[in-house]
Design a binder for this molecule. Structure first.
Ligand code: MG
Ligand code: MG
Length: 248
């Protein structure tokens, strides 16, 4: 069942979203060679909890140990922060953050470059980010969930990048993951109708190589099967008649 949110509820989700937006700005200068993903996790936990009533929504969610997911290079999502994972020049790292304020969740992710990256990786990040913005533009009431995936596909079309189909965006609200699922592929005009009051986490994930992914033995980390890098960009948005309101 899809839960529609009231304007007041969306305002609370936006408060968590603003904390995430500020965090993603503040973490950027900390993403540099020599820093471990555990250090980034510690910074995130402290940053989020410094805001009254805010907690990291991922901590303990389904048993996840970190406050954020830190996915390096060929890792796609759900990377577990670790002192052993240290950033190196040329890496890319996706930081995925959830914040819960007064029982309402917001969810966003960004892939950062560590120093200079190769031109093909630079382009992967650029195209994946653009596919997020295209998907957000398609998130207007009266459109369908399929229009969101179609917008991602249109943006990535003409590249050799693989759009991941095994992982999807989702509704967000009292729970981090609610209905509907929001795939990154689809047919315009198909799928659930988008309505005012829907709050969605839209999150295209693209690989430099094959779209195929697998989950590691740690039960969390999803990585590319071919070991090539991946990119992930996510915003939580509220669907309105005039377009999508980005809350993160
Ligand atoms: Mg996320
Ligand atoms: Mg999400």
């Amino acid at each position: 069942m899809i839960h529609l949110k009231t304007p007041e509820e969306i305002d609370v989700i936006a408060r968590g979203g603003a904390i995430i937006a500020d965090f993603l700005v503040e973490v950027r200068p900390r993403i540099r060679p020599g820093v471990s993903t555990l250090e980034l996790d510690g910074f995130a936990d402290e940053f989020i909890r410094a805001h009254a009533g805010a907690v990291p929504a991922f901590k303990g969610l389904y048993g996840f140990p970190g406050s954020v997911c830190t996915s390096l290079n060929e890792e796609v999502v759900h990377g577990i922060p670790s002192a052993k994972r240290v950033l190196r020049e040329g890496d890319v790292i996706s930081v995925d953050v959830g914040v819960k304020v007064n029982g309402w969740c917001a969810d966003s992710a960004w892939t950062f470059r560590v120093g200079e990256v190769s031109s093909e990786v630079h382009r992967l990040l650029d195209v994946t980010e653009r596919s997020l913005w295209a998907a957000i533009e398609a998130s207007i009431s009266g459109n369908h969930v399929g229009d969101i995936g179609a917008a991602v596909m249109r943006t990535v079309d003409g590249t050799s990048f693989g759009i991941i189909k095994d992982l999807v965006g989702h509704g967000v609200g009292r729970d981090v993951h609610e209905e509907p699922q929001v795939p990154n592929h689809g047919r315009a005009g198909h799928g659930p109708l988008l309505r005012e009051g829907m709050v969605l986490a839209i999150e295209p994930m693209c690989n430099l190589g094959s779209k195929d992914v697998k989950t590691l033995d740690d039960g969390w980390t999803v990585k590319t099967v071919d070991g090539r890098p991946s990119a992930h960009y996510e915003h939580t948005v509220a669907v309105t008649e005039n377009g999508a309101d980005v809350l993160t």
